[in-house]
Ligand binder design. Structure first.
Ligand code: KIV
Ligand code: ZN
Length: 499
């Protein structure tokens, strides 16, 4: 008999906290529906007291999703819990996730409190949340650095107060895998009534050990894991959902099952990466574009003879179908719509589909084959249509022995503005021209260019961070012309300026 492991996805809470990864409510609903199709058990939809945007997203996700439990985060504070309960009003299955720091450093420096008082506050928060919902999860923040004996007392007290799930976060990503597993085992052996609750892992990846710690926690007896798509999250990120799902699928001998439909992993990964403008590193396990690419001659020879020689995962099991239809300029609306649906993008509005199709045809004219990644970029470009400032025209002259010069026309709320400038390279010249039109003090802080696939006809993606008036703004651009993509990313930042 296999044991069931519950998958708690926190892409929309811990993942979305990352600067530059913020999604609007419509995008969050899109991700939540994809997570439901993927088969996650719990969706942590947000931290409602933190902002009106988070509050609304929890409400709208609760309405849009049927099967998974919708969870809202709070501090161990009554007004947070009231707010979370209100945001969860429409959820078919709801959970409040409340908690407090339990390590000595959190108790002393964050709360200026004592161990006894922290237990009292933890118990009070769980009891208060229980007034609203049956399903209450408690997190002992920084449990990874909390001494096991005291942690056991906290866990016992909150279970007695009614916690149905107790989360043991390694908040700083400090634990060694065997230590983390022993921590869970210690709690199972020393907490009275531990069988009345599920213990949950929540591991951060600061030392690159999040997946190993999570697995070790599961082997120690945890039956819920808190994960994110592509491992995104604070600092070095959280445990990645796809790694845990595939480890358990590959290692049947562990006899632990999840409800994840692994064939939806690749599409989910691409959707999250595209909506959050967060590139996936090429060698990322399971979802990196090189994860199944055999480049050495010896490996290629082996794989051609029998895939089992070097492949422990069939790419089809994670939804990578090498034979999937590649769209070309001759593909019609129906083929594009189908591909968008496969990628988890539901375009019900005919006008929106026409708009994406028009951009698709333009791209297909420049590029022989339009790939899934290109399509996600095209679908994402719809978001910039609402921008006040748009790039209308760009011409750049550059080359060996030529001083780069750029001419730019911007459309600002329907009016056209022109400028020309030189620079130390074509991108610099184009951005200088933009700066002549938008006369604000702004500094480019980060500039990353990435090709999506391989060929020289590829679409390039550009990520930028621009500082303005003490705040950082994140922008994204995608174009087969890398200079145009850079200018688009710069303008995307400007469009987000608060003042
Ligand atoms: O890392 C952490 O401790 C958290 C808690 C708020 C659950 O994200
Ligand atoms: Zn966390």
């Amino acid at each position: 008999m296999s044991d069931r492991l519950f998958i708690f996805d926190t892409t929309l809470r811990d993942g979305e906290q990352v600067p530059g990864c913020q999604l609007n409510t419509v995008e969050k609903i899109q991700v939540a529906k994809q997570l439901e199709a993927l088969g996650v058990d719990v969706i942590e939809a947000g931290f409602p007291i933190s902002s009106p945007g988070d509050f609304n997203s929890v409400i709208e996700i609760s309405k849009a999703v049927t099967w998974p439990t919708i969870c809202a985060l709070t501090r161990a504070v009554e007004k947070d819990i009231d707010c979370a309960a209100e945001a969860l009003a429409f959820a078919k299955h709801k959970r409040i996730h409340t908690g407090i720091g339990t390590s000595d450093s959190h108790i002393r420096y964050k709360f200026n409190s004592t161990r006894e008082e922290i237990i009292e506050r933890a118990v009070a928060a769980v009891k208060y949340a229980k007034r609203y919902v049956e399903d209450v999860e408690f997190y002992a923040e920084d449990a990874g650095r909390t001494d096991n004996e005291y942690l056991a007392r906290v866990v016992e007290a909150v279970i007695k107060a009614g916690a149905t799930v107790v989360n043991i976060p390694d908040t700083t990503g400090y634990c060694l895998p065997h230590e983390y597993g022993e921590k869970i085992r210690y709690l199972i052996e020393h907490v009275d009534g531990v069988d009345r609750a599920v213990l949950s892992t929540h591991c951060h990846n600061d030392l690159g050990m999040a997946t190993a710690c999570t697995l070790s926690g599961v082997l120690g007896g945890a039956r819920q894991v808190e994960v994110t798509v592509n491992g995104i999250g604070e600092r070095a990120g959280n445990t990645s959902m796809e790694e845990i799902a595939m480890i358990l699928k590959c290692h049947h001998d562990l006899a632990i099952e999840t409800n994840i439909n692994t064939q939806k992993i690749a599409a989910t990964s691409r959707m999250v990466s595209s909506l959050m403008n967060m590139p996936v590193q090429p060698n990322k396990a399971i979802v990196g574009r090189n994860a199944f690419a055999h480049s050495s001659g010896i490996h290629q020879d082996g794989v051609l003879k029998n895939t089992e020689t070097y492949e422990i995962i069939n790419p089809k099991d994670v939804g990578i179908d090498e034979n999937s239809i590649i769209l070309t300029a001759r593909s019609g609306h129906a083929a594009l719509k189908h591909r968008l649906e496969v990628l988890g993008i539901d375009v019900t509005d005919d006008e929106a589909l026409d708009d994406i199709y028009e951009r698709f045809l333009k791209l297909a004219d420049r590029k022989k084959e339009v790939t899934d990644d290109d399509i996600l970029v095209l679908a994402g470009a719809e978001r910039s249509n609402a921008h006040n400032i748009k790039l209308d025209y760009l011409q750049v002259t550059s080359g060996q022995g030529v001083k780069p010069v750029a001419a730019v026309t911007l459309n600002i709320a329907g009016e056209l503005f022109n400028a020309a400038a030189t620079g130390n390279g074509p991108v610099d010249a184009a951005i200088n021209a933009v700066k002549q039109i938008i006369r604000r003090k702004m500094t480019l802080k980060e500039f990353t260019i990435q090709a999506i696939n391989r060929g020289s006809d590829d679409v390039g993606k550009v990520h930028m961070q621009v500082e303005h008036d003490g705040a950082l703004y994140f922008g994204f651009g995608a174009n087969t012309d890398i200079i145009a993509a850079s200018v688009e990313a710069y303008i995307d930042c400007i469009n987000k300026f608060r003042k």
